[in-house]
Design a protein. Sequence first.
Length: 627
Amino acid sequence: MDLREAAAAQVQQRVQELRQKQYNDGSWRFCFEGAIMTDCWMLLLLRALRMEDERLTDLLTARIAGLQVANGAWKLHEDEADGNLSATIQAYTALLSSGRFQQSDANMQRAAAFIREKGGLGEAHFMTKFMLAVHGQYAYPHLFYVPAALFLLPSYAPLNIYEFSNYARIHLTPMIICMNKKFTVADVPFPDLSHLHVRGETSWFTGQRSSLLEAILKEGRRLAAYPRAVQQRGYKAAEQFMLQRIEANGTLYSYASSTFYMIYALLALGYETVSPVIQRAVKGLRSMLYETNRGWHLQNSPSTVWDTALLSYALQEAGVSADDPMIAAASRYLAGKQHTKQGDWAVHAPHVPPGGWGFSEVNERVPDHDDTSAALRALTRTAAVDDRFRERWQRGFRWLLGMQNNDGGWGAFEKDANREWLTCLPLANAEDAIIDASTADLTGRVLEFLGGYAGLKADHSAVSRAVSWLQRHQEPDGSWYGRWGVCYIYGTWAALTGLQAVRAERDESIQKAVRWLESIQNPDGGWGESCSSSVQKRFVPLSFSTPSQTAWAVDALLSVQKRETPAIRRGILYLLQQQDLKRHVLEYPTGLGLPGGFYIQYHSYNELFPLLALAHYMKCKNKQEGR
C-alpha cells in the first residue's frame, strides 16, 4: 500500500470513529482540559460555602494528587523545568482543605519544600494570591483601593472598564470588589499556610511605578474623593455588571474562573451562601465537570461549539458531503447556537448586528471571532443549498467582517479593545490578557474564511488590510506568534493558510515561513513546540513531536506547496503512526490560555487536526495524479 492509499484508509477510519462519537443533538463533546487551578478552586469553594460533597471531593483530590511529580511539585506541561510554583501552591492548599491530606504526609512535605525553595507564597501569581487572600491566608495589598466610581464611568471616558479586554474585566470586576472590601470567608476554618511564607509579603504587582501608574493612581484618588453615596452606586453598578452577564447555566460568561470570583464578590456584597444566584452558580460549575482518563476535571469552559464546528469542517474537507446525516445534524446544532443578542462587543461596534458564535454551548453573550469563522466554514456548503442556513451564514459573515480592528487585524472577542498603554499596568500577564489586540492566529484564520469560503479577493479592503497586518507582524525568522495555541507553529499555520486563501503569488514572506517550518521539523518527521515559547516569546522546541502541531505544520506547507515534498511526506508518515505514540506525547497541551499559567489539552485536537491534514494531503495527491 502506497502513502496515498494508507492516508486514504486512515481518513476513512477516522471518519467512521467520529460518526460513532457524535451525540444525538449533532454535537461532539470532548474535554477542554486546562490547568488544575479550577479543580483546586472548586475544593476551596465547597469548603467556603460549607457544601459537603464527599464524592466530588474524593474525585477531585484523587486526580490532583495523582498529577504530582517526584520532587513534590505540580507542572503545567511535561517539559516545565522543576515545576510550577503557583500550581503547586494551588494543589497544596486544595489538598489540605479537602481534609484528605495532612501537612505531615510525605507528598505534602515535598510540596511544601518545593514552595519554600521557590520563594514561598509571595512569589505566586497575583490570581493565586487573590484566592489565598479571600480565604484568609494572604494579606491584601496595603492601601490598595480602586474607587467603585470607576464602574459608573461611561464607555467614552478615557479610563473605563470597556477599555480592558472582556476576559480581563469579567475577572477584575469581582476581584476589585473583594480587594476593596478586604473580604475573607467568615467562620470557616482553613489550613494555616504561614509556614509557606519565606520573605514576608511581597508586592502583588510587577515592576516599578511608572508615570502611567502614577497617572492612574492620581485619577483614582480623584474618583475616591467622590461622596460615599456615589461609591455605593459604583458597587451597585459592579454588582449589576456581573448579574447581567450570567449565562443560563448560572456561570459568569460561562467561565469557571470568573464564576468563582463572582461568588466571592457576591459574598463580599452581603449575599448569603444559600442565595439562589450562588446556588445556581455552583450548579453551573458542577455541570462543567468531565471524567478524563486520569480522573474528574472541572473544565474552565466546555468547548462544544468549537469542537463541533472544527470537526464538521474537517469531515467535509475529508469528503463527507453536506447532506450526510452526520454533517446535517452538526449544521443544525451550530445554527441553533448562533448569537442573537448584543453583548459587550457592541460597545466598540455599536452598528454591527449580532450574528457570531461562542465557544461553549451555554454561551449566549460572548461570541468570538475564532468560533465564528469556524462555524461559518462548517456551514458554507449547507448554506449554499439551503436558504434557512444561508441567512444565518450571511449574518455571521457580516458580524465577523464588522469586527475587524482599525489596524487591519482581528483580536479574539471584540473590536479595537487594544489600547497598548494598558499593558504597562504592573500586573502579571498584562501584555497577554489586559487587552484584546490583533493576533496572527485570529487574523490568519479569519482571512482563510474570507478568501476560501466567502469568496473575497486580495483587492477587497478588509482582505488587503489583513494581509498588510500579517506582513507587518511576521517574525524575523519567518514565523508568526499565535496567541491561542502553542505557539509559533500555530501562528504560522494560521497566517500561511490565510494568506494562501486570498493570494496566488508566492512572495518572500511566504517562502521565508516555509523555510522556517521545514527547518524545525524533528527527526521523527513530526513537529513539536514547548509551552515555554509563550513565556519566552521565542520558539522553544520540544524533544518530541505532537499530532496537532505536526498537523498544523503539514497543513501550512500543503497550502503553499500543493504537492508532496520530503518534509510533507515525513510529516504524513508521522501522523499515520499516531496510534503508537506514548501518553505524554498525546496529552501534551497545545492550546494556550494564559502564558505561564494556563495551558489547554483539547481532547479533540488529536482527532480533528490530523484528519484535516490527511484530507488536504489526499486532495493534493489526487490533483497531482489527475484523479
